[in-house]
Design a binder for this molecule. Structure first.
Ligand code: 3IO
Length: 340
């Protein structure tokens, strides 16, 4: 009886000693802090998804991980984002892969005009593509989210009702969207989204070709009174983590981040799809935007012109030692599988 009591006491004491040793370093070191860089301003969809991810991670780790966010290019700018993540300027960064077309050849192919009707389908296709081809471009980082935008529409100061209206029109775009505009006879001007505000104000461009929610989020509706619904070409995004920062994380935190990857990407796609529609209604109501639908028969001509864009991409991929045609065939297959 006495022996049992002694055993119980010593057992309890050792238990608390061990627990103290386990928890002490955590208490002293405090929570893990991660810096998350982003290029567009707060309230735009890439920053909205960043805030949601940060909150979700803090919640799922019970506050053991805290995320400090840097929207608006305050830590790393649009074109330096990937290099900044690799160099460790930030632990985490969100970037638009279309801003460096040659660098993210495989994943950017998911933005080609191959039939995805919305961000949700585009995002699922992007993930399928990433998993199947495991592109070398990401070997130095840990990918923690990936999503595609809603298919691009033309937002312009002058109405675009047919291909003739588009001739020589200077429109801002990036990546696969540049090739599409060229094929349609427009004059694409390449620059990241945040620079577009000034370019529109100064009249350097007459509009842009991107997902329509920017009408509200960047207030482009004030400058571009027309929106032509082309619904072709997407802008692929990724969120990646510095490899050292990733390797330093406890296994249970890594698991929480991995478990959130696809779910959060789909959360983003869903938010984005809904927000594009909401922003369009807002633009019509508050800025009297004219929405131009291209008749089906006319759109056939536009699509015909896009065929060489896909053929050129295949050629460029082949030249880089990638299986260009297989990738495009897979994108079509994945798009169908996901209901595109
Ligand atoms: C985009 C980039 C930053 C903020 C909002 C945005 N909506 C769509 C995009 C896509 C894009 O990067 C671009 O350049 O059109």
């Amino acid at each position: 009886m006495k022996k049992n009591l002694l055993l119980l006491i010593s057992g309890t004491v050792s238990f608390f000693l061990v627990m103290t040793f386990i928890t002490l370093p955590i208490v002293f070191a405090g929570p893990i802090k991660l810096n998350y860089a982003n290029f567009p301003p707060p309230k735009t969809f890439p920053s909205v998804q960043m805030d949601r991810w940060a909150k979700e991670i803090e919640k799922r780790t019970n506050g053991a991980v805290i995320i400090k966010t840097f929207p608006g290019g305050t830590l790393i700018g649009a074109k330096n984002m990937f290099d900044g993540i690799v160099a460790g300027t930030a632990d985490i960064g969100c970037f638009c892969m279309a801003y460096q077309p040659g660098r993210f050849m495989v994943t950017n192919a998911s933005g080609l005009p191959l039939g995805a009707p919305n961000s949700k389908v585009g995002t699922l296709v992007l993930w399928d593509l990433y998993k199947k081809y495991n592109p070398k471009a990401f070997s130095k980082v840990k990918v923690i989210a990936m999503f595609n935008t809603y298919p691009a529409n033309i937002m312009s100061k002058v109405p675009v009702r047919n291909l003739n209206d588009l001739k020589g029109l200077e429109l801002r775009a990036s990546g696969p969207a540049v090739a599409a505009l060229k094929a349609w006879g427009a004059t694409p001007v390449g620059m990241p989204m945040p620079q577009t505000v000034e370019a529109l104000q100064k009249g350097i461009v007459q509009g842009l070709f991107s997902s329509g929610e920017v009408m509200k989020d960047f207030n482009f509706a004030e400058y571009t009174k027309y929106m032509t619904m082309t619904r072709r070409v997407m802008y692929p995004f990724a969120v990646a983590m510095n490899m050292d920062s990733w390797n330093k994380l406890p296994k249970n935190v890594q698991k929480i981040i991995e478990d959130l990857s696809l779910e959060h990407s789909m959360w983003t796609a869903n938010y984005h799809d809904n927000h594009v529609i909401e922003a369009l209604e807002w633009s019509q109501k508050n800025h009297n935007i004219e929405v131009i639908e291209i008749p089906k028969a006319e759109m056939v001509k536009w699509d015909k012109l896009l065929e060489p864009v896909i053929a050129n991409w295949i050629e460029e991929a082949n030249a880089k030692g990638l299986p260009g045609k297989a990738i495009v065939d897979d994108i079509r297959k994945f798009t169908k599988k996901h209901g595109g």
